[in-house]
Ligand binder design. Structure first.
Ligand code: R5P
Length: 304
């Protein structure tokens, strides 16, 4: 087996390869003046099984294109089995059609991957339908979804080991929190209609679901004196995490730690979260200044 690292995951891919004691190559890539991707694979891969390590953020489209070009080139070079390790799987959030004519993007992405010879995927805390950790079929590709929740909590326990309580910032995080802690402790968002002011479930205005405003975050939990970890799969705009941290603080938590697998940190959310938390940590599924937990051990366990 050989590991080929795309440009987005070289340190992670190297870590995995060194730990497994197998050969790796960082694929040489560059961008042509017109914006297209050039790449070259400079290693003998004929008939060998290859693992491509490439996360898909930032620049989802370029990262995906690079992944497809690597796989297509490998296929032409006559490799054995191609496995894709994609810690952050772009487009996994576009996993259903809410309105007719919308793109089911993740389906198209997997079809493209399959067409260039990718036989299997390994990903971390994918947002796709909030699937539980384990193996499932992502349309036509067998996929293993791993969860980084326990690694994040182990890391946090090394810093603060007393009076810890872990919660999810919303219902979407419940699977991850349950898997990491065995308990389903999540905050609930109360959505109200901007026209009549009624809670979304009781509103008769029938406005579009998206237009209901999140006015409050509910909790029936007692945070006083606790060191609270708010654990989520993804921090994108940061809105969900910021709301949850503020809520927990306002209800008497001693320290608040924000932890997530994928730190996209749009706009100034990284700065804001650093300001309002006692500790902020994400994994190297996406490389950020606070990626202090590596997902390498999870991937190594599957590839062994
Ligand atoms: C929701 O279901 C997810 O678990 C995250 O809470 C959400 O996607 C985070 O997005 P944002 O950072 O934009 O609020």
């Amino acid at each position: 087996m050989i590991i080929l690292n795309g440009s987005k995951s070289q340190p992670l891919g190297e870590k995995i390869a060194v730990n497994l004691g197998i050969k790796f190559e960082n694929v040489s890539t560059r961008i042509f003046p017109d914006g297209e991707t050039y790449l070259r694979i400079d290693t003998d891969v004929k008939a060998r099984d290859v693992v491509i390590v490439q996360t898909m953020f930032p620049n989802q489209n370029d990262s995906l294109m690079e992944f497809l070009l690597i796989a297509g080139t490998l296929k032409d070079m006559g490799v054995g089995r191609i496995t894709g390790v994609v810690p952050y799987l772009a487009y996994a959030r576009q996993d259903r059609r809410f309105q007719p004519g919308e793109s089911l993007s993740i389906k198209t992405v997997t079809e493209l991957m399959k067409s260039v010879g990718v036989e299997e995927l390994i990903t971390i805390d994918t947002h796709y339908q909030h699937v539980e950790p384990g193996r499932f079929h992502l349309f036509n590709i067998p996929c293993t979804n791993l969860s980084a929740g326990r690694l994040l909590l182990d890391h946090i326990r090394e810093k603060i080991d007393h009076d810890l309580m872990t919660i999810g910032p919303d219902l979407g995080s419940s699977e991850m929190v349950k898997y990491a802690t065995g308990e389903e402790r999540v905050l609930k968002k109360e959505k109200k209609c901007p026209i009549c002011g009624m809670p979304a479930e009781e509103c008769k205005c029938r406005i579009k679901k998206k237009k209901y405003e999140i006015t409050e975050v509910e909790s029936e939990l007692d945070f006083s004196g606790k060191n609270v970890v708010v654990l989520d799969d993804i921090i994108a705009s940061g809105g969900t995490m910021i709301k949850a941290v503020k809520k927990v603080k306002s209800e008497g938590a001693r320290k608040v730690i924000a932890a997530a697998t994928h730190g996209l940190f749009m706009k100034d959310s990284l700065i804001k979260l650093k300001e309002i938390t006692d500790y902020l940590v994400v994994t190297d599924a996406i490389s950020t200044p606070v990626s202090n937990v590596s997902v390498a051990p999870l991937i190594i366990e599957v590839l062994k």
